[in-house]
Design a protein around this ligand. Structure first.
Ligand SMILES: [Zn+2]
Ligand SMILES: [Zn+2]
Length: 340
């Protein structure tokens, strides 16, 4: 008979432990998955440009080239967790994966709406694809066309983050995207919470969100007693398909991760300028001028380069901005939270 309370206690502990662990982990996770790295055309082993950012379970997709679906599957990323798709421009190498992604809906249950944000013509593209393919879609699709894409502007906001579109100079209307977390709650000190008699559970979550809580014994606990000061949010920038534009530095300044087109080597700068693309050294000079960039990942490689030859693009960029790396298909990059 005496063992029953112990069993109850054990059950409670078992419940509490994963919750507390989950609570601690939940507020930390931001990961970026490179789904494709190619420009112009897909190659064996190199899908077209697409990047996914996952934050606390929500997934944001940036561009959707051919092969995006394959990478999502290989990485075991759930399509239905994608809440918003940001499209840079309507060149085929950035949008041909979109109809296939939308058609996945006929194979998975999805009730949440999907938002697609992009420059003018994106609505026409989505609607035409749906009509011609007679696509069955069991959820709402909200298409948001960016008005006046030549001006930097806020295109998305939720309680945790904002996304701004920034104008690029390309042969078609094109925008880059800058995602910024709002200031995040301060560090939560479990030991202080326990010492104050706050049981692990929803009260911890409320305190971390800046709310005072009242305990069963009537004592009121202020968040400042168990939580440190607010921390800087993380910043992620995605820039592809643009002529060199030094002013971009101001937009991407302070990015923890700057994903930038590095399509050509320096010797092909004239051709890059003509086609309105960037060399890897130009990407690096934007990163260097910006300041505060954690690291820069090159993407949207010309198909003229084999995987081995991409080293040249990396070398040239590193001469200007050493914290450069080559994005590779299905690479994952973690962005740890700032400690203050
Ligand atoms: Zn492109
Ligand atoms: Zn393009």
């Amino acid at each position: 008979m005496e063992s029953l309370p112990k069993l109850e206690l054990l059950k409670k502990e078992i419940w509490n432990f994963p919750f507390c662990l989950f609570f601690a982990i939940l507020s930390l996770i931001m990961e970026v998955f490179i789904l494709g790295t190619g420009g112009m055309m897909p190659l064996p082993g190199r899908h077209l440009t697409s990047v996914l950012l996952r934050r606390e379970g929500d997934q944001f997709l940036f561009d959707c080239g051919e092969g995006t679906q394959v990478s999502l599957r290989k990485l075991n990323l759930k399509w239905k967790k994608i809440t918003t798709i940001f499209i840079s421009h309507t060149h085929a190498d950035h949008i041909t994966g979109l109809p296939g992604i939308l058609m996945l809906s006929s194979q998975v249950e999805r009730t949440e709406p999907l938002r697609i944000i992009g420059p003018p013509k994106i609505r026409e593209y989505v609607e035409t694809s749906r009509n011609v393919l007679d696509m069955y879609v069991n959820y709402e699709i909200h298409v948001q066309e960016i008005q006046e894409p030549e001006k930097p502007q806020l295109v998305y906001e939720d309680e945790a983050l904002t996304v701004k579109a920034v104008p690029l100079r390309h042969s078609r209307v094109c925008v880059g995207y800058v995602l910024e977390e709002k200031k995040r709650p301060g560090v939560f000190y479990p030991e202080k919470a326990r010492a104050a008699g706050v049981p692990c559970g929803p009260l911890w979550s409320r305190l971390q969100n800046g709310e005072a809580v009242t305990l069963e014994d009537g004592r009121k606990i202020e968040p400042g007693a168990v939580v440190g000061s607010p921390r800087k949010g993380r910043k992620f920038s995605f820039v592809t398909d643009t002529a060199f534009q030094p002013s971009l530095a101001g937009q991407v300044k302070g990015s923890d991760l700057f994903i930038c087109e590095g399509m050509f080597e320096r010797a092909l700068a004239d051709s890059a300028r003509e086609k309105k693309h960037l060399t890897s050294s130009q990407a690096a000079s934007i990163a260097s001028k910006a300041g505060g960039i954690g690291k820069m990942g090159l993407i949207h490689y010309s198909p003229r380069y084999t995987e081995r030859e991409l080293k040249l693009l990396l070398q040239e960029a590193r001469e200007i901005f050493p914290d450069t790396f080559l994005c590779r298909d299905r690479m994952k990059i973690e962005l740890p939270p700032h400690s203050n």
